[in-house]
Design a protein around this ligand. Structure first.
Ligand code: ADP
Length: 633
């Protein structure tokens, strides 16, 4: 079966492979790039919205904690002004006697204890501490000149003195609230309350809140993280630094800047700050980002900043980003798998269609060819019928010919047959007459001898007629013959002629069984040997060789004589019917023709060779019944 070439013709490799190769090469980097891009987008969006939600939540927290800080600070706002009402204070300022001082000291000590402030003290208009709640302590402010303090300078001018600073006496930080004490419209002194705000820091720490308060100079005065304390949140010029150092507001602290790694302003009062991991601020391994939300504290120039760590948000955003990337990879994988499957199905469908088409074509062709074959089969059958008829006709004609040949041969031989039969008949007549006479005479022994001779003669005549009968009988194409027997029969049939020429016979063949009717083989041999005898009639020492050998499943019998041979012209017509060189009635020209057709009818062959040494060799090939040669005879 041949496939239809156009159906299976593939695209040229250069055209079919290249785009697929490029696609296969480009697809993985493209998917990876998209994964990274989408992952980053997922991360960014998640972080953005996370920050927004944190910021909203932080705003409420900011408000809450800023209010707490404000209320903590405002608790003490009116405390210094209350001292205006205290007569002992004004008396001390009018008359700074030790008794007055002690009275006020005691009073301030009690007030300080009740208000839980750090210290309360009163200064005169020169800034010297006249009385103080901590008069008992070693590092008491008593007698100290604090006129350089900004809160004193504000208060003496009648303005509220708000000040965060580190105490110059003991280096302790505190919030100072100062108030100018008036008497009859004139400021006679300044009352100061020092408050410690560290409690707030502790509260923040306990609540795990990250927050700080920066003052008007941008210096962090309160912080949940001690490391951030007294750091500047804004850049400070050298001039400012020097001014602040001189004011001793922050004692001798260096006032370094709180330097974030990155600072990003997200909105008004909202920043994103990133601090290095190994900075003094934090000692974790990662850099830490915060959402810093700042709000001014009312009644103060301070700002409250709430720091919300962004690590969790960042981690979540990273997870979201990874999730998006993985989801994309999964979708891409599913799409690729789906596409591949689609292609496979499409290819299979195309192949199935092509196969179907090929099948259809094949079936069409088979149908066409079957029709052709049927027609040619019919033709062949008709031809076979014709041939069979022809063969039948031929065989009948052949049989007729064989029969005619036989009859012709018998006719030819009739003279010698008559001679052969007449001789014993004459002898029989004589012998029978003699025998009657010998019987009449009573010579029984002689009569008996004559009768025996008569019997032998009758036997001989019977053999002659039997040979003739078998020769004349119609044979058939099938059957088996024994070569030795056939030769004997032929020689017997030609017995008279063989004896008359004193033939020297050479029998060099095997007694094999060949596939031919016995009578037909005898007939062929009679023809061949008879022709040889004719050819040798002038030969003084006639010799006949019968040589056999087995070749290719057949047995070849060579009938060679040393007769006159056949001339070149006669060789051309040897097997033609009625070709004869024999004079008069001697030859009919049927012997070789019939013999050749008898041999051919059984699948054999009759050929001729002309040996250089002279004479003629006829080669009779006949199929063997059994390929095993018999013993030579
Ligand atoms: P016929 O014997 O009646 O002539 P054949 O067909 O038997 O017919 O022989 C044809 C001719 O072939 C013979 O007339 C003879 O010339 C030639 N021929 C056949 N056998 C021999 C032979 N052995 N030697 C020479 N000539 C032969």
């Amino acid at each position: 079966m041949k496939c239809d070439p156009p159906l299976y013709r593939a695209a040229p490799p250069s055209l079919a492979v290249k785009p697929r190769l490029i696609r296969h090469l480009l697809l993985p980097p493209l998917i990876i790039a998209l994964m990274i891009g989408l992952g980053y987008a997922g991360f960014w969006i998640s972080e953005h919205y996370g920050i927004r939600s944190l910021s909203e939540n932080g705003q409420r927290q900011l408000e809450l904690h800023a209010r707490a800080v404000e209320s903590e600070i405002s608790k003490y706002t009116y405390l210094p002004s209350l001292l205006e009402l205290e007569s002992s204070v004004s008396e001390l300022l009018d008359d700074p006697s030790p008794e007055h001082r002690q009275t006020v000291n005691d009073y301030l000590e009690g007030l300080n204890r009740r208000s839980r402030s750090r210290a309360i003290y009163v200064m005169d208009t020169t800034g010297r501490v006249m009385a103080t709640s901590n008069w008992r302590d070693v590092d008491s402010y008593l007698g100290e000149d604090l006129s350089f303090r900004a809160y004193f300078q504000n208060a003496i001018r009648g303005q509220p003195g708000r000040f965060y600073g580190i105490g110059s006496t003991n280096g302790e930080p505190g919030y100072y609230l100062a108030h100018g004490l008036e008497e009859h419209g004139k400021i006679i002194g300044v009352a100061v309350v020092k408050v410690r705000l560290e409690a707030m820091e502790e509260r923040w720490q306990r609540a795990r809140l990250e927050a700080f308060v920066s003052d008007e100079n941008g210096i962090i005065i309160l912080s949940s993280d001690p490391a951030r304390r007294l750091k500047s949140v804004v850049p400070l010029s050298d001039e400012t630094k020097e001014k602040l150092a001189r004011s001793l507001q922050y004692y001798w602290f260096p006032l370094n800047e709180l330097q974030p790694l990155a600072r990003e302003t997200l909105a008004e009062g909202v920043e994103k700050l990133t601090f290095p991991a190994n900075s003094e601020v934090k000692s974790d391994e990662e850099d830490i980002s915060y959402l810093a939300q700042t709000r001014p504290l009312s009644d103060t120039p301070w700002n409250f900043t709430l720091l919300t760590p962004l690590q969790d948000l960042r981690r979540e955003a990273i997870n979201q980003g990874i999730l998006v990337a993985v989801a994309f990879a999964l979708v891409a994988f599913l799409l690729i798998a789906w596409n591949e499957r689609r292609k496979v199905i499409a290819t299979r469908l195309a192949a199935r269609e092509a196969l179907q088409e090929a099948n259809n074509q094949l079936e069409r062709r088979i149908t066409e060819r079957t029709t052709d074959l049927r027609a040619s089969n019919e033709r062949l059958k008709a031809q076979i019928r014709e041939r069979r008829q022809a063969e039948e006709t031929l065989r009948r004609a052949q049989d007729e010919l064989v029969q005619a040949g036989k009859l012709a041969a018998i006719g030819q031989m009739s003279t010698s047959i008559a001679h052969e039969l007449n001789q014993p008949l004459a002898a029989l007549r004589t012998l029978s007459g003699n025998t009657v006479r010998f019987l009449e005479r009573g010579q029984l022994d002689v009569a008996s001898t004559n009768l025996k001779t008569i019997n032998e003669l009758i036997d001989r005549m019977g053999r002659i007629t039997a040979s003739l009968r078998s020769f004349a009988r119609r044979g058939d194409d099938k059957g088996q013959a024994c070569l030795g027997k056939a030769v004997d029969a032929a020689l017997q049939l030609l017995g008279g002629r063989v004896e008359s020429v004193h033939l020297q016979l050479h029998r060099e063949f095997a007694d094999v069984q060949v596939q031919i009717d016995q009578t037909r083989l005898e007939q062929i041999l009679v023809n061949l040997i008879g022709n040889a005898l004719d050819a040798m009639h002038a030969q003084p020492l006639p010799e006949l060789w019968l040589e056999g050998d087995e070749f290719d499943g057949k047995y070849r019998l060579r009938v060679r004589d040393n007769g006159h041979g056949i001339d070149a012209e006669a060789r051309k017509h040897l097997f033609e019917p009625f070709f004869t060189t024999k004079p008069g009635e001697q030859g009919l020209g049927l012997g070789l023709t019939l013999s050749a057709s008898l041999a051919a009818a059984t699948g054999g062959h009759l050929g001729v060779e002309h040996p250089a040494s002279g004479g003629t060799t006829f080669v009779l090939s006949l199929p063997l019944v059994s390929p095993t040669p018999a013993e030579p005879i």
